[in-house]
Structures are given as C-alpha cells and as structure tokens.
Design a protein around this ligand. Sequence first.
Ligand SMILES: Nc1ncnc2c1ncn2[C@@H]1O[C@H](COP(=O)(O)OP(=O)(O)O)[C@@H](O)[C@H]1O
Ligand SMILES: [Mg+2]
Length: 325
Amino acid sequence: MRISNWLANPFKLNALGILGMNERNSRYIAQYNDRHLYPLVDDKLKTKQLMLDAQINVPGLIATLSHQSQVQHLLEHLPKNRGFAIKPAKGSGGKGILVIINQHDGLYVKTNQKLLSLEQLQHHCSNILAGLYSLGGNPDVALIEELIEFDPLFDGFSHEGVPDIRVIIFKGYPVMAMMRLSTQYSDGKANLHQGAVGVGLDLATGKALHAVQFGKPILEHPDTHKPLAELTVPDWQKLLILAARCYDETKLGYLGADIVLDKKLGPLVLELNARPGLSIQVANGCGLKPRLKQLEKIQHRRDAEHRVSYSQKHFTAKPDFDAIA
Ligand SMILES: Nc1ncnc2c1ncn2[C@@H]1O[C@H](COP(=O)(O)OP(=O)(O)O)[C@@H](O)[C@H]1O
Ligand SMILES: [Mg+2]
C-alpha cells in the first residue's frame, strides 16, 4: 500500500480504516480513558512508581530536581563517569530530553558526541523546572535517569540512540505496534516528530512490515543503510504481554505503551500515554479502525496472556516492503 498516496484524501482514509484525530478523541479517548486516571501517565515519576508497584521494570531513577535552588548542586545528583538522561516529568514527544552517553574531563558527551558543560546542564534543568517543555507550560520536575543501553541486536537499526517499541492497547488487547529508531536527525531520541524512523511490526511475529520517516515510506535506515525488512523483535509475545499488563495496572482503555529493550535488564516500560499519536498507522501502512471496532464488540474479561493470543491470531499482516521498492 502506498501511504503517501492516500494521506491527502479523507474518503480514502476512511475506506482504509484510518482513525483520525477527532474520532480518536471523541470515540476512544473520551469514552475509554477516565480523566482522573490521566495523572498516572502524564507524570513520568508517577508512572515509574505504578510500574514498580506492579513489579514491572522501568529505567532506574537516579535523582529528581524539583526546586531551582537544587540546580546549583546538580553535580552532587549526577552519576560519576557514566551516562544518564535528563528529562521533564511531564514532557512529551522527546521535548527537553537530554541523553548523555559518557563523561570526559568534566564535560558531558551527548549521543552525537557533542560536549556540554555542567553549566549547560544546569541551564537545561532550570528550563525543565520552569516548565519550558511541559504540558501547559506548568512548572515541572527534572528526572535524572539511568542511561538505557539498548540490546546489541538492534545495532545498525538505530543511530546514536535507544529505539523504543510503541504498542497501542485497547481494552487491554494489543491492536498495533511499531518500533521507532533514532536517526542523526532525531538527536538520540526515538520520537517520530524529531525525525526518527517508524517501523510497523506484525503482532503475530514481531517482524517489520513497513517503514517510514517524516511520513514517507523507506526501505533502509537513513544513516546506517541497514535494510529495515530484516528487523525482528525477539521475545515478542512476552513483550506484548508486558504491554497488555499496563492496561491492568492503569485501567486506561486506550493506551500507548512505550517499551525499550535494555541490554542487561531486558524489556523496560519507558512511558505510558493516554493520548497516543496516530502515525503508528502510517508506520504500519494500515488503519486502526477495523481492529478497534472488532474489539469494541468483545465483552468478556480475560488475562493479559489470553488477550495477547487473541490479538496475535486476529491482527496479523504481511510485509509491505516489496510494494515500495
Ligand atoms: N534513560 C534513557 N536512556 C537513553 N535514552 C533515553 C532515555 N530516556 C529516553 N530516551 C530516549 O528519548 C526518547 C523519548 O523518551 P520518553 O521517556 O519516551 O519521553 P517522551 O514522553 O518525550 O517521548 C526515547 O524513545 C529514547 O530514545
Ligand atoms: Mg516517548
């Protein structure tokens, strides 16, 4: 399917089962996500606690800064001689995230090898606390997190940054998944709006189906030239069960779970989203609506393992790379 051809035509979008923003908000988010549950996922600190209580692994928390007065003591909060990430607790879309992969002579090395001084990190933290990157511009908290070291299996698939796997979970059932790969452009972050590559993944197998960057189909990683059709996520069923469990823990009916595969710790829940974006459909070359409608009819409650088996059986797809070659 040629995604670029149908993006502009609303009638075709509907025929292909593409979910639009209005319908997502009114039919799914408003009806299936209780407003009072939002804070659980809109604040990364709260999400971490919720996941830890459920014995679900998350990236380690090194420190939090909640007052400007703590910024001048930043050095005391940073780990020595290793990498870390600084992020706003209430940020989204990769905004305000600084990934430091190493330290050298009192300087901090970014994913693209650029060096930052302690003063520059302090300035960044100060901006986070002032709410520069956060929902509604409200004052925020800065998290200092352990650096995720991604599984070497993905070497060559991601450039200078940790890839993550987004799974949309509806009523506890996985409906669609994609892997997001960092590029030189996305500056160590795997967010599509920052220029990362989105690769649709087959729910049955964890194999790549289709890939896009900036909404356009691509066949290779733009920096490493690795063929994206070769991408397969290992332990796929386990990963889907982990994502499905996030529904049981949050009770959000329409949820985006972001998972990373750490070299040593295995799958970690990076963050959860109550308003997950729609570009997962572009990455998969297929629409969400038919799957959501099918699940809307389901009444019975089942555990995460059963829900995953259902999705793996019903929501399978064929790779689409040849169609754009
Ligand atoms: N601890 C970390 N170590 C390495 N990379 C990270 C870390 N945290 C985030 N990133 C990178 O930044 C991206 C966005 O992080 P995330 O926590 O999902 O924030 P956002 O809500 O802004 O998307 C991730 O997909 C990943 O590529
Ligand atoms: Mg994210």
